[in-house]
Design a binder for this molecule. Structure first.
Ligand code: SF4
Length: 64
């Protein structure tokens, strides 16, 4: 699974970085980014949750 953040949409609420800190982080511009290109298998469910919970649907998930 791959994931990334659409910075145009992200409002920097920090939900994703709080929920899955090993995958998402907030950058200096106040917006989130994915730290890893490929999501570790044990974090896939959490990344799906973050995607569903993001208030502006800025998290994109691409399944293998
Ligand atoms: S949950 Fe969505 S809006 Fe909030 S920081 Fe993450 S990508 Fe940005």
């Amino acid at each position: 699974m791959k994931t990334w953040v659409d910075k145009e949409k992200c409002i920097g609420c920090s939900l994703c970085s709080a929920l899955v800190p090993d995958v998402f982080e907030l950058e200096e511009d106040g917006k989130a980014r994915a730290k890893v290109e490929k999501v570790p298998e044990n974090l896939e469910k959490l990344v799906e949750q973050a995607k569903d919970m993001c208030p502006v649907f800025a998290i994109i998930v691409e399944k293998d």
